[in-house]
Design a protein around this ligand. Sequence first.
Ligand code: FES
Ligand code: FES
Length: 149
Amino acid sequence: MPVFALKVNGRACTVDAADKTPLLDVLRDDLQLRGSRFGCGEGGCGACAVLVDGVSQTACNLPLWAAAGPEITTVEGLDAALHAAFVAEQAAQCAYCSSGMQVAAAALLMRTPRPTAAEVESALDGHLCRCGAHPRIVRAVLRAAAQSA
Ligand code: FES
Ligand code: FES
């Protein structure tokens, strides 16, 4: 199998896997980064989101060949302040959606450091939360934005 060179959370690594292997499988199984979650497996829930050169993308449907080259950031590589804001607002129940939510929030805050609630809701629109924690999640993102100002 081909060997792919990845940049994940600031570290270079190589992965020996088929070129169509989903990045999510590589992160969880090869690199032991288990923060990104498997939900729907087809790009519809956001649980597996990672940053690809600063843009939030779902890793379950991102083939390994496309992930080799750009800077990949998983929830483990995010600023701790965002995670702390989620904890402070108790912005999760089961927390299955939380890593994807935090990745999408990080992407938003990079391009819009002081978002409105409507902008946060829009940025998280593709992320499902079966526990109904969305209002708390939005508050957590606004808290993180306020604290970084
Ligand atoms: S598991 Fe990737 S979008 Fe649902
Ligand atoms: S907190 Fe359970 S899915 Fe969002």
